[in-house]
Design a binder for this molecule. Structure first.
Ligand SMILES: [Zn+2]
Length: 247
């Protein structure tokens, strides 16, 4: 007859392990949530930064445009001055010299007007890109707000689940033999992996190797702890009596 108390202890320990595994996965999930939120925020910042860059570019283009228009205005004044002077000069030479100056101004203006046209095109292009970027920022901002609030509620949910699990855990723990739970905690701390391995169909559920027949027989008696000869975990094997609950 199998030793019921040890079998129950193993069952409880296995339950505790399953419990802890879930707790760990909750914790792991909880840990990555802030990173996800940060990524979302970084993405919005990226869009906002390119919006600022683009907007600065447009300001610069508009500034240049104003400067070029200023040049045209100054040249107009200068041209008017030359024309007035032309009306007063007496020599042909002086008249031609002024005419040359005016021609030079005309030529300069021609170049400036072309530059202004280019700047206007550039400005229009930037404005169109800005409109698109503004829509992107709004869209990303909305997406981030929505996703962040989803993450926040998941966070709350996980914290609640963790608290509940911890409470449940505190009810299991006292039922488990102190020596056994100490062994379990030490193993978990050192190996960060399961301590209890289920033994089903003669195979260790953890390392998947066949349990030696002698070991299996011993384990099925539940008289003492039997360890898997390969992975060294405690074996919680399927009872011979199939009416017993397992695992
Ligand atoms: Zn094993």
């Amino acid at each position: 007859m199998a030793n019921e108390s040890l079998r129950q202890q193993l069952a409880l320990l296995y339950e505790l392990q399953e419990h802890d595994r879930e707790l760990l996965s909750f914790h792991q999930r909880l840990q990555v949530i802030p990173q996800h939120i940060e990524q979302l925020e970084a993405n919005v910042t990226k869009y906002k930064d390119s919006l600022t860059t683009k907007s600065d570019q447009l300001t610069e283009v508009e500034k240049l445009q104003r400067a070029k228009n200023g040049e045209l205005e100054m040249n107009a004044v200068q041209r008017e001055k030359y024309r007035n002077e032309q009306r007063e000069v007496t020599s042909n030479e002086a008249y031609t010299a002024l005419e040359n100056q005016i021609e030079f101004l005309d030529q300069k203006d021609g170049e400036t007007e072309e530059e202004i046209l280019e700047l206007m095109e550039k400005g229009d292009q930037l404005k169109a890109e800005l409109t698109e970027l503004e829509a992107d920022v709004v869209r990303e901002d909305e997406k981030t707000t929505e996703k962040t609030s989803e993450f926040r509620s998941e966070q709350k949910n996980l914290e609640a689940q963790i608290n509940q699990k911890l409470k449940q855990r505190n009810t299991y723990l006292p039922k488990i033999d102190k020596k056994l739970s100490t062994q379990y905690h030490r193993w978990m701390e050192r190996h960060k992996t399961n301590f209890v391995a289920l033994g089903k169909n003669g195979t260790c559920g953890s390392c998947r190797l066949t349990i030696q027949p002698q070991n299996l027989k011993e384990a099925q008696k539940y008289e003492k702890l039997v360890y898997c000869s390969s992975c060294k975990r405690v074996l919680y094997v399927e009872p011979v009596d199939s009416d017993l609950p397992y695992p």
